[in-house]
Structures are given as C-alpha cells and as structure tokens.
Design a protein around this ligand. Structure first.
Ligand code: BGC
Length: 442
C-alpha cells in the first residue's frame, strides 16, 4: 500500500479522535468489536499462564531519568504477571528517539529485530507497516477487549486493511507551555496569554525583569516541537492539518507568519546544541533560569522526579492560541516480523495494553491512558485536565513525535530547523520546509 493511503488514514483518524473520546464518555464502551476494520478478525490470543518463557527484548528510548521510571513501572508489573519471562531492556538514550530510531532502523534492516519496539501511532507507524517490518496483533488486541476499551478512531491509526499493528501505551500532549510561577510573578505577569504575539509581549517582560533566557529549548527535536506549536497557533487547527493533506501550502502566508514568530521566540532562548536532551530544558523552568518551556507532558514526570511541586514550582497552560486544541501523539508497541520470541512479545503487549499496565505507566509518565476504562480520578490534576481536554478539544497530530509525518519527512524538517538554528534565515527555513513537503508528501 502506498504511503499516501496510510497517511491519509492516519490523518482522518486524528481528525476524529476528539469525537471518539466524546462518544466513549471517557469510560464507557465504544460499541461492538465486530464492526470496524480493527475488529474484523475474531481471533483472540490466550497467553500461557506465567508467560511464554525466554528472553523478551524490548526496545524504547526510555533509557534514563523520569522516562525510565515509567518503563520500570511497566517492567515491574510484567515480571509479576510473567515470572517465566526474562525482560531484556534494549533502551537507547536520547529524547524522542533521536538516537534510538537510527539503531532500530539498522537492526530491522539487518534482520535483528527486538521482540517489541516503541513507535508512534500515525505516520511513523505506517512507515514500519509499509516496509513490512511489523506483524498484525489483532489477536492480542481482541484479548485486551478491543474497541470496547480503546477509542475507535485511535485504533484507525494503528489499523491497516483490517489489521491492528500495535498496542498503544499512552496518549501524550505536545502543546503545553510549562512555566515558573515565581518568575512570572516577579515579571508582573498575572494572566495567561492567548496568542503568540501576546506571549511574546510577556516574554519581553520576563527578559526585562532580569531573566536572560526567558524561553528554554533543548536540541533539534525540541525546536521542531516549538515550531510545530507556533504553526498550530498561527494557522489554526484545520489549516495546520492541511499541511499534511496538501491543502495548506508550506510556503503560504500562514507558514511565513509562523516562521517569523518562531524566529522572534528563538531570540529569547538559551543556546542549545543539536544533541541537548529535553530534561535540561524543563529543569531550567523549575530552577528559575527560564520562565517558559514548550514540551510534551512527559515534563510532568521530570518535575515529579525532581520533587518540584505543581502551582508552586511549575504551572502550565496550552500553547497560546490553542486553548481548545490537543496536539496529540501516542507511544505504541509492536510485534516485529522475525521477533525471536513472538509469544514473549505478546506477553509484553498484553501487559502494556492492560488497564493495570496503563494506570501504572501513565501515572509515572505524565501521559493519559489510551484505554477509556481507567478512571480519571486515579490521576493527579494535570492528567485529569489532559483527559478532559482530549475529550473536548480539536485533535491535531504532532510533527516532532511521528503522528503527522513519516520518518523521512521528519528528518528533512529537522535538518531545516537545525540549519535555521545556525543561520536565523526565515526565508530559507520556509523554502526548506516547502521543499521537504514537496519531496515527502505523497
Ligand atoms: C515519546 C515520549 C517521550 C518523549 C521524550 C516522545 O517522542 O513519545 O514517550 O517521553 O519523546 O523522549
């Protein structure tokens, strides 16, 4: 199947996600499991009690810090439920998979796949499906409860031609500004900005109050995520989605405005090298070295790990101009073709997709469960707010985190953003983004 079809399906599914979350009421059944593509296979997997046995090698980029705490929560449950299995941690450090994806690509190409690997639901997962590198897991999905426990439209992101290709572990929000309340108060900022230009005015106030780098950034992918946020605000959710369907030009006035705003924002940041990871940027906020950081809500886990308290040491708001928009991504686990321990892999997938697994993992990770039957009241205030926003907001796909664009397109956008970091040439960035779209959009 050509990429176009896969990606269009992914975008359609993202367009309908908010609807699905509303329809499920956050906890009710989404309906019969036999009507959709996802539910077309009736097969159900019955695992061996105590696990299949043998090594189960799981590849992620949750190698350290707060992300490892999330992985550890899953591993603890996995070991309890599968005493016969031996979990083998194949994590490769580097936020957003910045190093892991290259290693994974070479392992897959060399016929040395892990038993399961982390990927992003949407266009990125479509890459692996199109390359024939992952197997359907309909039987596992049905054993987990199928459409009665996962939002139908999320399932469309991981379904191709009636087959489910992964088990989602979580839903992250990528359009959040994390802020230091004390720094804002010192700068005399008492209300939350609702447009990029109003936010830039506040950033100027922070700078005038003596903070040299009001907005913190990390390496290239964090800058891609910042640019993605400005694009959503300046274009609006519908035109932003049009960037991936081909309806919105990458060299039109909307993108030019966003790139100029991005250029202005980048004059208020710290210096960052390509490889700088994200915790350094979020820690600048709680340490008072910056007022703001745009980051996915894995930041909550980092704040918790650093013992920083909500409302006192950090606060948050949706990126200005996105008060009713949820920039979405979902981590999702696969069964690679040629996995040495496919049954052990299924033990892992069953754990990742279980209500217990999703509660333990998401409590530790800052994200919200992909399942609809984990009660919101089990989660702290930030995640409750995210669950509610996911039900009512317009859902858009993240560029930096694999929901909107293929791996190759993401690489080209990252190259353009990295080049801009050195040149600060807005016209060249627009030209490079348009060229990347022309090359990769199918
Ligand atoms: C993943 C998150 C992870 C973040 C930073 C994202 O691409 O989806 O799970 O915490 O990268 O590494």
């Amino acid at each position: 199947m050509p990429h176009r079809t896969l990606r269009s399906a992914a975008l359609l599914a993202v367009a309908g996600l908010g609807l699905a979350a509303c329809a499920t009421g956050g906890g009710d059944s989404a309906g019969s499991s036999s009507t959709s593509a996802a539910g077309s296979s009736a097969a159900t997997y019955t695992p061996k009690s105590g696990g299949a046995g043998g090594d189960v090698g799981v590849f992620t980029w949750w190698a350290a810090g707060s992300e490892k705490v999330g992985l550890d929560a899953l591993v603890k449950l996995f070991k309890e439920k599968n005493p016969n299995d031996t979990f083998v941690n194949l994590a490769v450090a580097g936020g957003a998979g910045s190093n892991a994806k290259a290693k994974l690509a070479s392992d897959l190409a060399n016929g040395n796949p892990p038993d399961s690997f982390q990927g992003h639901a949407g266009a990125e997962l479509s890459d692996y499906i199109a390359a024939g590198q992952i197997e359907p897991v309909n039987d596992v999905f049905n054993a987990l409860g199928g459409e009665s426990v996962f939002p139908k439209n999320l399932l469309e992101l991981i379904t191709v031609k009636g087959n489910i290709y992964s088990v989602p572990s979580n839903i992250h929000r990528a359009n959040v500004v994390w802020a230091n309340p004390k720094v804002l108060s010192k700068a005399g900022i008492t209300s939350t900005p609702t447009s990029i230009s109003a936010w830039i005015d506040d950033i100027k106030k922070v700078k005038a109050s003596g903070v040299a780098t009001p907005l913190s950034i990390g390496g290239t992918w964090t800058q891609v995520q910042l640019l993605e946020n400005v694009l959503i605000s300046d274009l609006g959710d519908a035109a932003y989605k049009g960037l991936f369907s081909g309806e919105t030009p990458w060299d039109g006035d909307g993108v030019k405005q966003a790139v100029n705003d991005y250029k202005t924002l980048m004059t208020y940041t710290n210096n960052a090298s390509d490889g700088d990871d994200w915790p350094g940027a979020t820690d600048m906020v709680i340490g008072g070295k910056a007022a703001y950081n745009v980051m996915g809500d894995w930041a909550v886990a980092e704040f918790t790990a650093k013992n920083a308290k909500p409302d006192t040491d950090w606060t948050w708001f949706p990126t200005p101009g996105q008060e009713k928009v949820f920039d979405f991504l979902a981590d999702s686990f696969t069964l690679p073709k040629g996995a040495k321990n496919a049954d052990g892999s299924k033990d892992w997938l069953l754990l990742v997709g279980s209500a217990d697994g999703q509660k333990a993992f998401n409590l530790a990770k800052g994200s919200i469960p992909a399942r609809t039957d984990v009660p919101a009241s089990d989660f702290p205030a930030y995640q409750q707010a995210a669950m509610s926003a996911f039900k009512s907001d317009a859902i858009v796909p993240s560029i930096a985190h694999g929901a909107a664009v293929s791996l190759a397109w993401n690489t080209d956008i990252s190259t353009a953003v990295s080049k801009f970091h050195a040149s600060r040439d807005a016209n060249a960035l627009v030209t490079d983004l348009a060229a990347a779209a022309k090359k990769n959009q199918q």
